[in-house]
Each structure stands twice: as C-alpha cells, then as structure tokens.
Write a protein that binds this ligand. Structure first.
Ligand code: LIP
Length: 276
C-alpha cells in the first residue's frame, strides 16, 4: 500500500474512531448494563454499541479488508498464516476502567498485514487524546508529530505493564516480572488499557511496556504506532511480534535489550504464555 493510500486510510480510521468515542462518552460515568465474559472480563452495552458502529463504518469504507472485532470474535483463536490486510477492532480497550468511571480507556483500530502491524489509531475520548500513524508515515499525538523517548538505560526508564483476565490467579501471572522491573527502573505503571500503554510508548511518555496474553485487537494499533514513532516491538523473547500470540515488549529501542534480558532472567527458561 502506498504512503498516500495508507495516510488516507489512517485519516478515515481516525474519523471512524472519533465517532465511536462520541457514542461511548454518552455512557461514561452513567449507570449502564454490564455483563461478564469471564470472572473479571466485562462487556458493557457501550462496548457492543461501539463495536456495531465501528464494524458498520469500517466495512462501508474498506469493503475489501477483513474486520476482526473483539466482541464478535469472542475467545476464538485467530491464527492465520496468510498476509492479507486485516483491521483489528477494540471497541473499548480498558472496559473495566470504563465500567468504573476511570478515564483510561480508548477505541483502538489497527491495520495488519497478516500478523504484522502496519498502521493504527488509538482514541481516548475521556482524556481527549488521539494517537495516529503508520509505518513510513510517522506518528502524531493530537495532530502534533511525536516520537519515542531518548532514555538510554532501564534504570532511568518509566515502564508499564498489565495483567490479562486469564492470567490473574494463574500460576504465571506477570507479578514476578512486574516486581523485578519495578526494582530496576523508575517505576512501572498499570493503567489497564494496552492500546494506550503502547501509544504512550510511541509518544515518549513511557520508555517501555510489556504484557502477556493480550488479544490482537489490544495490540495491533499501538504496536504500529510504536514502530511508526521510531520505537521497537518484539515478542517477549525479542523475536518478531505476532499480534496473534499476544506477548509483547514495546520500547524506545534503546532499553529493549536490557528489558528483554531482565524478563528472560525472571522467567528462567519458562516459556512465555501466549494465545496461539
Ligand atoms: C485490557 C487490556 C489490558 C489488560 C487487561 C485487559 P480490555 O483489555 O487492554 O492491557 O491488562 O487485563 O485485557 O479487555 O479492557 O479491552
């Protein structure tokens, strides 16, 4: 896809994401119906309404591109080896935050070729923040060009991570890794929306982020933004990121090796939990 075509696609993704964000804000800090997909895995009426709007608009604007959306997809594994274009849709990333009135939630639209991120838009309506970009296009935060940080050492880094619904209480829950990075950095933030954590690495707020067992719709847009902003993404062993496997390290590139090594030391040879 040419740069002008990718730029036009990203602009259309932003328009569509913003329309979903406006819909979601109609339910922010209001009583709402909440159902559960799992013990702590929530879905609200606004997740469903946002997803219906996004799917309708994306299929109308991009009829030739597969749209894969969180709530329609459910827990079905998405493992396709082909290199077709796909749009991964998270109608509200940070659903638990939204359900409790916390402002750290977003709409995330990510374009991938196969399992490799190409471009994305992450829109956080309660914070009025929008990140957009693509490989070869650069990255913008609220319309201003932005890049990853220049922090050179993990000891000077502010990091982020998270705990997926199905790892809490499991034998492999990312808590030892969280503790180790906390002790070797300026701190680790856990704010509950992977797409925004990745976007904050892309704009230089965070120096690095990692998480296991994410879904492709959590990852696709934010990973594309990190690379577009001059950063690095990989799986948790430092190999090429596959958004379908759900394990990610994203960084400014300068602290990537140090963080990958520390996580590997903590895991001491235990395989990283992945989805595919
Ligand atoms: C969330 C992720 C977050 C993770 C949460 C949850 P959701 O996605 O964005 O990083 O730690 O457990 O998976 O379900 O709120 O869209």
């Amino acid at each position: 896809m040419s740069d002008p075509d990718l730029l036009a696609l990203v602009s259309e993704l932003e328009r569509i994401a913003r329309s979903a964000g406006a819909l979601i804000m109609g339910g922010y800090r209001q009583a709402r119906s909440i159902t559960k997909k799992g013990a702590i895995d929530l879905v609200t009426e606004f997740d469903l309404a946002s997803e219906a709007l996004l799917t309708r608009e994306l299929q109308a604007s991009f009829p030739a591109i597969d749209v894969i959306a969180e709530e329609a997809q459910g827990k079905r594994a998405i493992t396709r080896a082909d290199d077709s274009l796909r749009l991964f849709v998270d109608p509200i990333d940070g659903t638990t935050n939204f359900a409790h009135g916390h402002p750290f939630f977003c709409v995330s639209l990510g374009l991938c070729r196969g399992a490799s991120p190409l471009a994305g838009v992450v829109y956080a309506p309660a914070l009025e923040l929008c990140w957009r970009g693509g490989i070869g296009l650069g990255m913008q935060r609220n319309g201003e060009a932005a890049r990853v940080s220049r922090t050179q050492a993990l000891s000077e880094a502010l990091c982020a991570s998270g705990f997926g619904y199905d790892v809490v209480g499991a034998g492999d829950d990312n808590v030892p890794e969280f503790r180790a990075v906390q002790g070797r950095s300026r701190g680790v933030r856990r704010c509950g929306a992977a797409a925004m954590d990745l976007a904050l690495v892309a704009d230089g707020t965070y120096d690095a982020y990692w998480e296991f067992m994410l879904q492709p719709w959590d990852l696709a847009a934010g990973a594309a933004l990190v690379v577009a902003a001059g950063g690095q993404v990989s799986d948790c062993e430092g190999a090429e990121l596959d958004v379908q496997r759900g394990a990610v390290i994203a960084s400014n590139g300068r602290v990537h090796t140090e963080l990958t090594k520390l996580l590997s030391e903590v895991r001491d040879g235990r395989p990283v939990p992945t989805r595919a």
